[in-house]
Design a protein around this ligand. Sequence first.
Ligand SMILES: [Zn+2]
Length: 55
Amino acid sequence: MKKLNQNKKTDEVFMCPECGLSYREAEWAQKCEAWCKQYKSCNLDIIQHAINSKK
Ligand SMILES: [Zn+2]
């Protein structure tokens, strides 16, 4: 998991390096990364929490 630092600390987001989606919570980014690595696909239940999820 890669932590992206933006202007303010409160704007910190956590990016899944596998698929590039960003999350407000580190927990979701970790879940996404684990899923992406294992299944090489996206889990809708996880990516719906992403900031920049595609629709
Ligand atoms: Zn991912």
